[in-house]
Design a protein around this ligand. Structure first.
Ligand code: MF3
Ligand code: CO
Ligand code: CO
Length: 255
């Protein structure tokens, strides 16, 4: 799981460095596919339940599972790139939202606070903690920053399966009462919105969008519960977190 996580992080670093105005999401898909194969892995999304590409690229109002296509990224877009690799029998799953060129203050706020919400959720996790501590922390952060939390898509157990039985809501749900124990591996991947988090689906049956058309961001790590805390698995072998490399500077705007 550490090797798969590190590979996913390295691939995300590589593809992230290509995100710029004029670059198509199909090009990002090619980069991820090649980088995955080069590492001896398989791109987990490809043909997963019929998904047609090797990565998810979710632009602006797309919540998640955006399918790469021929549209060039434009200045002012935000794009989530979600990389999953199947390597040596297990999956590593990680995503970040990147700014394309210059983004608005509101979008900057959305991206920065979505990443912060993910880390709040990670900090709330650990051995002996219930799963619902994670969603409670994420929801609190979102509320404090005036952002919505998508409910239809949640974090998941991960290992030899891409999505295993464990469910990790990003909002407080008393039913998520499983107690975390050392050895568990799962993702935390909150999707936050500037407006209403209500969700619609394109007729491709993959692309999830906000119904109000306002923007949404997402960050994701694969995690391991240890004896004394939580380990981030989706970091490079030298400990680099892709999100930190591409992190937006603290807002200089009015927010
Ligand atoms: N990587 C996504 C997740 O975080 C799942 C993508 S499934 C796909 O769970 F089929 F759309 F690729
Ligand atoms: Co995931
Ligand atoms: Co993912």
């Amino acid at each position: 799981m550490r090797r798969a996580g590190a590979a996913a992080a390295e691939i995300l670093l590589e593809v992230g460095s290509h995100v710029a105005p004029g670059v198509t999401t199909d090009r990002l898909d090619e980069i991820v596919h090649k980088a995955t194969i080069e590492r001896g892995g398989y791109p987990s999304p490809l043909n997963y339940r019929g998904y047609p590409k090797s990565v998810c690229t979710s632009v602006n109002e797309v919540i998640c599972h955006g399918i790469p296509d021929s549209r060039p990224l434009a200045d002012g877009d935000i794009v989530n790139v979600d990389v999953t690799i199947f390597l040596d029998g297990v999956h590593g799953d990680t995503s970040i939202t990147l700014a394309v060129g210059d983004v608005s203050d509101a979008d900057h706020h959305l991206v920065v606070e979505t990443q912060a919400a993910m880390y709040e959720g990670i900090s709330a996790a650990g051995p002996g903690q219930p799963v619902h501590a994670i969603g409670r922390a994420i929801e609190r952060h979102a509320r404090r920053h005036g952002l919505g939390v998508v409910r239809e898509f949640i974090g998941h157990g991960i290992g030899t399966e891409f999505h295993s039985g464990l469910q990790i809501p990003h909002y407080y749900d008393a039913r998520a009462s499983t107690i975390l124990v050392p050895g568990m591996t799962f993702t935390i991947e909150p999707m936050l919105t500037l407006g209403d988090p209500a969700c619609g689906m394109w007729d491709d049956d993959w692309t999830a969008v906000t119904l109000d058309g306002r923007r949404t961001a997402q960050f994701e790590h694969t995690l391991l519960v240890t004896e004394d805390g939580i380990e981030l698995l989706t970091v490079t072998t030298d400990g680099t977190v892709p999100a930190a490399v591409f992190a937006l500077a603290p807002s200089l705007g009015s927010i």
